[in-house]
Each structure stands twice: as structure tokens, then as C-alpha cells.
Design a protein around this ligand. Sequence first.
Ligand SMILES: Cc1cc2nc3c(=O)[nH]c(=O)nc-3n(C[C@H](O)[C@H](O)[C@H](O)COP(=O)(O)OP(=O)(O)OC[C@H]3O[C@@H](n4cnc5c(N)ncnc54)[C@H](O)[C@@H]3O)c2cc1C
Length: 473
Amino acid sequence: MMHNSDVAVIGAGPAGANAALAAARHGFSVTLIDEQPRVGGQVWRAKSAAILEAPATPETVAGNRLRQEVDESSVTHLSEARVWQIERCEGGANLYLLRQGRSDVLHARALIIATGAREFVQPVPGWTTPGVLGLAGATALFKQELVLPGKRTVVSGTGPLVFYVASEIRRLGGEVAAVITPNSRGDWLRCLPAMASRPDLLLRGGRWIADLVLSGVPIYWRHAVTRVEGETQVTGVEFRKLTADWSPTGAVRRIEGDSLCLGNGLTPTTEAAQLAGLGLEHSPRLGGWIPLHGVDGTTDIASIFLCGDGTGIRGSTAAEVHGRLAGLSAAEHLGADTKGERDRLRAVYERAARFGTAMTGLSLPRAGLARLTTDETIVCRCESLSRADIVAEISSGAGSTNAVKSGLRAGMGPCGGKFCQTAVSRMIAEAEGGGEADVPPPTPRPPLRPVPVEALAGDFNYSDLPIPKPAPL
Ligand SMILES: Cc1cc2nc3c(=O)[nH]c(=O)nc-3n(C[C@H](O)[C@H](O)[C@H](O)COP(=O)(O)OP(=O)(O)OC[C@H]3O[C@@H](n4cnc5c(N)ncnc54)[C@H](O)[C@@H]3O)c2cc1C
């Protein structure tokens, strides 16, 4: 069935929800689509019904405010709806949605894509052992279910998330065995000028670190996990010091724990923008490949707009403002006058983006990081492909992500490349002697999300199926 809306927004995180509200305030009909049950995205993920009474965190407060604004607005929120295909058409775009087991089509005169980011984990031996979680993924457990990763957790990774996750585990009553981060104290000191633009966030981060230090949690700066121990469950990790380019060096040390939160920063999700026909450029300081976009979320295609972490990792505060700018740009495209509003918001956005980009810089991969992935390490977990399998494919002539994908199915499993794509691209770049900018991600194909065949087939009666007459003998 075909529905219509002036504006459709994919993604109800800080960027998408604010884009929807901004366009709706100018009188346009807006449909906000997200596969999550509630508005809030990753950072302001809503609590499940079972933990509603749990004390509020700054994330819950910000998320509740946004959820209330959307509830009180004219925005139509389609929750638990997955966009699996985007087709540009005369006068806008058609979105194919999967909701309540049915596939529907929504036609929109303007489309705003706000699909956020995904986490990158540099594969290390044993990272697929039960008890290993993504660092960012672990935040979803706390926020939505108040569940801890384990009883004694090693928390390892780059950027501010490593301290947030460790401090949340402690606040919720778990034990943090150690914090292990490839960043040095010097990396953080270099970010201070940019961080000074948001003293509130700087203070919050300082409190996380102070809490860990005062409670005696060891923090290993400029170190990385090099192996996860345990057959059916994490029993501990091996870790080593890193050189300035993040190559492992020196003696192997070990620490016991029953769980590990591991992450190496975020990368923008670009597949929806690519399906809509937008090109990409490589921007390491923004997290990798980003869709081409102009000022205020505009793109080369007049009816398509982008905002939030999907355009480069700048964090939630920047995503909120970028969302508003993109919503206003979409309203302008449909005939509203939003120039004054956008001019006022732009400086706010620049300040927020400055802070977020400095944090993203802490996860900028250095050459040695890839050396943590040994030959026998599983890289594509859906297809159980090791680094050696992928290197052999590249050596046999597969010099692009599309070639590795079609040769080995890396990226064709249920995760759609979420877990392996960045590592595979970096392996190709290394083998071919180029940079990551020479290895674009594979061509995206529908479905963007898994769709059951029965949802595509719809309701039908077998007796209505036309049966061709037998061919004459
Ligand atoms: C797992 C994870 C956890 C994070 N946790 C934190 C944190 O605790 N603190 C912090 O400061 N930053 C965190 N971040 C970074 C944070 O996501 C961003 O800075 C901020 O949320 C960006 O807002 P956004 O609106 O651009 O994207 P998001 O908040 O990621 O919102 C994007 C939304 O798009 C939806 N979506 C994507 N594709 C589709 C589709 N095809 N169909 C329907 N819906 C779709 C997603 O369900 C999601 O709700 C996290 C990132 C990730 C990946």
C-alpha cells in the first residue's frame, strides 16, 4: 500500500528526530521512521518497560525530552519500521518499509537520511568468544535493559566511550578489571583546546576518569588487548603496550575477567545515502567514508538531505543541531523561508562539531592497529573467514571490496558487512600499497535490512496463481 508524506525521515536519533520536528514546525506533514521501538537513537535509547523506575541518567533526561516533543508534535512516528529500499522517483523518493510483518511504500517529496553510525572493532584472536561485546554496543545494554556485560569486565578501546562504559559498569554495581586504551595521556591533552568549547562535557569526562582512578581501577594507557582467552566464555585477556603507531610491543601481560567490552571508534553508516544515489568521499577525521553533502545537510539531489553521525562522527550534540538544519533545508526545498533560522543555528553547530570531531580524532586508526589481527583471527564472523582467507583472496586478484564480497561472501551475511567491512577495506589498502581512500565500500544492494520473503509476497490465495497450460507434446 502506498502512503504519502511531504517529508520522510529515516532514523529517530538526535539528528533525525530534530530534523522531523523542524520541518513539521513549518507546517509540513512529516513521517519519522525508525526500527527501534522509541525515539532517541543510540545515545538516548529509551529504557525498556521493565526498568522504567531506574534512576534517570543525563541520557534518559535528554531522550525523554525529545520523545515528549515528538509525541506533542504533528510528526507521525513509525516505530519498529525498517527501511529496506529507497527509490528516487518523480517529485521525491519512495521508501520501502517493513513493519508488523508487512512491506509498505511511503512516497515523500523530501527525504532526510539520519541513519547514524556503527561501531568498528579491530578483530583480535578470540574476539568472537561469548562474553565479548562492542564498546558502544554495551551502552545499549545499560540504557535499555540495565544489564551488565558480566561480573568482572575488561573495558578496552579508544576515545571517551571507554571511560563512559567503565564508569557506568561501576555505577551499576559491576566490577571493572581494567581499562585498556590505545590512547595516551598526551593524545587527550592535545584535545583540551577543542574540549574547552564544552566545559560541561569536559567535566563529565573528568568525573568518569576520577571515579576509576579513586576506586583503584588500573588504567593502561597506550595499550591494547591482543588476545581473548576462553573457549566457550571469556576467562581473561592478553594485552600489550603499543608503539606510537599502535603496533604491539614488549611483554604480553594478562588479566582475568568474564567479559570484555571492545571498540575502536565509530564509522558513519552510508548505505541508505548510497542507495539514494549519493556519492562518497573519504574523511578519516570524520570516521571514514561519508556521503557527499553540502551546507545544512543539502546534497546534489535537491529532494534528499542528510544529517547526524551518518555524515561524519561529530557526536550527539552536533547531531541535534545538524538535524534541525537539515529539517529546515527540507522545509526550504518545499517552499518555506528558513534562511534566518539556519543562519542563527550554524554557529551553534560549528561549536558542537568542533568538540565531537576532536573526540573522533582519538579513534583515528594508526598503521599498527591492523597488526592486532593475526592470520588466524576471524575477520568476517558471519561467514567464519579468517584474515588469512581474505588475504589469499586479495592476492588472487580481488582488489576491491566488491571483489572480496563476491568471491568470499564477506559482508553478505546477516550483519551486512557491519562488523567486517572496515577491516576488509584496510586489508585491501595494505595489500595493494594504497590508502583507505583508494578502497571504497561495496556497492549497497537492497534489502538494507533483512526482509522475510513472505512480507514481500503479501497475502495471496494459491488457487489464484496462474498455472500455465502444459506445453503441447
Ligand atoms: C551502538 C552505539 C552506541 C552509542 N552510544 C553512545 C553513547 O552512549 N554516548 C554517546 O555520546 N554517543 C554514543 N554513540 C554515538 C551516537 O550514536 C551519536 O553521536 C548520536 O547518537 C548520533 O545521532 P544520530 O541521530 O546521527 O544517529 P543515531 O542516534 O545512531 O540514530 C540513527 C537511528 O537510525 C535508525 N536507523 C538506521 N537505519 C535504519 C533503517 N534502515 N530503517 C529504520 N531505522 C534505521 C537507527 O535505529 C537509529 O535509531 C553510540 C553509537 C553507537 C553506534
